[in-house]
Design a protein around this ligand. Sequence first.
Ligand SMILES: Nc1nc2c(ncn2[C@@H]2O[C@H](COP(=O)(O)OP(=O)(O)OP(=O)(O)O)[C@@H](O)[C@H]2O)c(=O)[nH]1
Ligand SMILES: [Mg+2]
Ligand SMILES: [Zn+2]
Length: 320
Amino acid sequence: MKRRSTQAAGGAASSNAAATLHGVVIAAHGRHYLVAPDDGGPALQCFPRGKKSEVAVGDRVDYQSTSADQGVIVAIGERRNLLYRSDQFKSKLFAANLDQLLIVLATEPHFSEDLLGRALVAAEANDLKPIILLNKIDLEAALPLARQRLERYRALGYTVLEVSEKKHPQEAHAILCEHLNGHQTILLGQSGMGKSTLVNLLIPDAEAATREISTALNSGRHTTTFTRLYRLPGEHGKSAGALIDSPGFQEFGLYHLTEGTLERAFPEFRPLLAHCRFYNCHHLHEPGCAVLEAVEDGRIAPARHELYAQLVHEISQVVR
Ligand SMILES: Nc1nc2c(ncn2[C@@H]2O[C@H](COP(=O)(O)OP(=O)(O)OP(=O)(O)O)[C@@H](O)[C@H]2O)c(=O)[nH]1
Ligand SMILES: [Mg+2]
Ligand SMILES: [Zn+2]
């Protein structure tokens, strides 16, 4: 872990409050963070020391306590990865140190395929395993269309799970545990898809813990307003992993990606990339483009290529 030097540097740790302790960030709301200490003690409300330092849920941090339940974050540990979204001007952190991305969709309300596509690209770009979850399959009238819309993603090789968290919680529990235990997984999805319901199904006491944190972070609404990490209950001392619940969102800008990353984030493009006439082909209008030929003869869905073109357009708009 990288550490910034602090004024506490001076040999033997004295018994005053300047000792550097370690923990994991388990909630973020604006510039307020909750840190769970490694020693298993109660979470502390912490502020980052620098004005600009951005801390993410899932970050390992060094902190110093300033009172019984407050502290200051003095260093952020090296990250395996950092998932975030961005527009032309700024970025918004989702979480750090992830293994998987669970995209939570529902039969109702109607899910956005644009957001689904972007979440898949974000997963591919960060080398995270994406899992697509279709929830609320008890709403039978909307089920056939939802399944049909997801067929394309199954064909691309993505894992698509189907559950009803509400109507068949035991089956849902079994399916989800199989895929989530032992991993650090972030739940992404629009509002109302069932992310928090899923957390409550898998994490005993989640509701109480959330209420406690809402009070600590001063936000008391029903819908999720801050990102929060929950440890999955362990089996026989094995590391059980964690779930990160995030607020529902409408926009998933990926302005921070590069064109090289983008073209490889579409699995159906990958085997074709070496076959374009020009080695620096953008796969937009170029003659002899293997990707465009595949769109032309139906091997690549036009909507997927449109998403690619839209993302390429967006990254060209960045004010760097
Ligand atoms: N019919 C049905 N309703 C469900 C199911 N799972 C969740 N719901 C309902 O869907 C609504 C939204 O669920 P939440 O878990 O709060 O959704 P969320 O994704 O956390 O939403 P945000 O926090 O706003 O992002 C709630 O009223 C749930 O009771 C299901 O399997 N079937
Ligand atoms: Mg929620
Ligand atoms: Zn091409």
